[in-house]
Design a protein around this ligand. Structure first.
Ligand SMILES: NC(=O)c1ccc[n+]([C@@H]2O[C@H](COP(=O)([O-])OP(=O)(O)OC[C@H]3O[C@@H](n4cnc5c(N)ncnc54)[C@H](O)[C@@H]3O)[C@@H](O)[C@H]2O)c1
Ligand SMILES: O=C(O)[C@H](O)COP(=O)(O)O
Length: 524
């Protein structure tokens, strides 16, 4: 049973896929709740409130997946999660409409002084002249960041009769034309817009994208909105421009620090604010919670997730095709790590035959996760495999070859150390399964599974009998046995499978046999 910590307020109804999973135990508590045993948690579900730091992850050694029920992952240390092999997923589009609607509601409120007028009437005043507003119709709206939310704002703005200027470095002129908006530079937006709204993620590039220098270029009376992330508009610079009357109004749903506390902008009548409510609708919360709950369940069922921030996305049908090769790639990596007895500085992988039609980069990462399994203290998976290899000075090379050694497909991996190189080849045969077909210079054919023993020996009459005798004397049943040799009387190998691993004593008795060169248990 896997334990899931739901650390923020996430829709109970949306958690249904997990609440319904008999393999899942849901704990709905904060991460610092003394009743929570962080060491047993395998999945963590959050919104923007919980800060998922490297220190927190260090307290959660079993953590495999962090799910953000929403879009922004700036509260999660994604590079640290990647390093630890923890998958980070989000729900990228479940709250788009709610946030676009909230931004629009803020814009209309700002233009018509609705929050101020509302408070005034509640205070028993009736100041009709004081709250004369401005129409949205005919105004130019500048949108910085034309992604999911920016695009929805643009659609609504057009219906309201506004002209829309957009700045997004990834927006093509064709898409802009299709959306009926004018693709502009940031400067054009600053100079021409009556209202400017930002909808980018907070990145080093977008932090302070609207700062003093930008504000100087705006029209007098410009209105500014930030319903994306605090910091995209520099709050200190904005406060100056509200104070000097250049900026005509501001609507903020987000702040650099949340809650903002005593904030210089809060004292101005023409600054309206909400407490990060963009995604706070029943619909959005149900959408994002359902999306991540389903994804977490999918992950624990052993299937690929589709909204990972730090793992290449792979569609379900591609995953189904890749799955058999994925397993054998892992097994080859794991055989290598158990057979190579020196430091490895290079791993080169050659794909041939039908496997070359697939996403081989994914298989290379699977091979690496098998290679590092049990070798280092970190959980290595497809998320951090390449990074781990790089950190350990292992060069990873990938090649395609036309020679599949007579098989439909072949994955061949060579591990190079200071002294030696060791090659393992595997194939996947339909209706038969994965097979290892080459081990360190010898053709062989065995199932990479369970408790195996790889023996190097001299090809002499009686050797198989001697091995059988030792094992028989210790009541050890041989499940399968495969042999391979290069030439009669020369070096040979055998690979035996057992129901349980052999003891040190049994291994040592086998090792002492005259014809045996070396023995090497492999546990897969
Ligand atoms: N207030 C809320 O509750 C709430 C809810 C949902 C999302 N958000 C925030 O809204 C923002 C937008 O979300 P989204 O789902 O539309 O994201 P998105 O990824 O779909 O869109 C972001 C867009 O910003 C553009 N962009 C990136 N860098 C840029 C730059 N330097 N200049 C101009 N454009 C740039 C990207 O090309 C992309 O098109 C995010 O910051 C998200 O966290 C807030
Ligand atoms: O990035 C997001 O999805 C929004 O900022 C919503 O954040 P929340 O889930 O904390 O409301």
């Amino acid at each position: 049973m896997y334990q899931i910590l739901v650390a923020d307020a996430i829709s109970e109804e949306g958690l249904y896929p997990l609440l319904n999973d008999t393999n899942a135990e849901i704990i709905q508590k904060k991460t610092d709740d003394p009743e929570v045993d962080l060491s047993t948690i395998e999945a963590l579900l959050v919104r923007s409130a919980t800060k998922v730091t490297d220190e927190l992850m260090a307290e959660m050694p079993k953590l495999k997946i962090i799910a953000r029920a929403g879009v922004g992952v700036d509260n999660i240390d994604v590079p640290a999660a990647t390093k630890r092999g923890i998958i980070v997923i989000n729900a990228p589009d479940g709250n788009t409409i709610s946030t676009a609607e909230h931004t629009f509601a803020m814009m209309a409120s700002l233009m018509r002084n609705i929050p101020q007028a509302h408070s005034s009437v509640k205070n028993l005043e009736w100041k009709r002249n004081q709250y004369v507003g401005t129409e949205l119709f005919g105004k130019s709206l500048g949108i910085v960041g034309m992604g999911r939310i920016g695009s929805e704002i643009a659609k609504r703005a057009k219906v309201f009769g506004m002209s829309v200027l957009v700045f997004d470095p990834f927006l093509t002129k064709e898409r802009a034309a299709k959306l009926g908006v004018e693709s502009s530079t940031l400067d054009e937006i600053l100079q021409r817009s009556d209202i400017i709204t930002v909808h980018t993620p907070l990145t080093p590039e977008t932090r302070g994208i609207i700062n003093e220098e930008a504000l100087k270029k705006t029209k007098k009376g410009v209105r500014l909105l930030n319903c994306a992330r605090g910091g995209i508009i520099d709050e200190q610079d904005l406060a100056k421009y509200v104070a000097n009357g250049h900026v005509g109004g501001v609507a903020l749903d987000v702040f650099e620090t949340e809650p903002p506390g005593e904030h210089p902008l809060l004292k101005y009548e023409n600054v309206i604010v909400t407490p990060h409510l963009g995604a706070s609708t029943k619909e959005a919360q149900l959408n994002v919670a359902t999306q991540v709950a389903q994804e977490v369940r999918t992950y624990f069922e052993g299937n690929p997730v589709s909204n990972s921030i730090n793992l290449p996305a792979i569609s379900k049908d591609i995953y189904e095709k890749i799955q058999p090769f994925y397993q054998i790639s892992k097994q080859i990596g794991n055989i290598l790590t158990q057979c190579v007895k020196e430091g490895v500085h290079e791993l080169s992988i050659t794909y041939s035959g039908s496997v070359t039609d697939l996403e081989t980069a994914y298989l290379t990462k699977a091979m690496l996760s098998g290679f590092f399994k049990g070798r280092i203290d970190v959980n290595v998976n497809e998320v951090n495999a390449l990074l781990t290899a790089k950190e350990r000075g292992i060069t990873v090379g990938e090649k395609i070859s036309t020679d599949a050694f007579g098989y439909d497909n072949c994955i061949s991996v060579t591990a190079k150390g200071e002294e030696n190189a060791f090659t393992v080849r595997g194939t996947f045969i339909d209706h038969y399964g994965p097979r290892i077909v080459y081990l360190n210079g010898f053709n062989i054919d065995f199932l990479p599974e369970g408790n195996l023993l790889y023996i190097q020996h001299m090809d002499r009459p009686g050797v198989i009998g001697h091995v059988g005798q030792v094992l028989g004397d210790h009541h050890i049943n041989i499940a399968t046995m495969q042999v391979g040799r290069k030439q009669a009387g020369g070096e040979a190998i055998m690979v035996l499978a057992f129901d349980k691993p052999l003891s040190d004593k049994e291994l040592s008795l086998l090792n002492n046999l005259d014809e045996i060169v070396s023995i090497n248990p492999i546990i897969l």
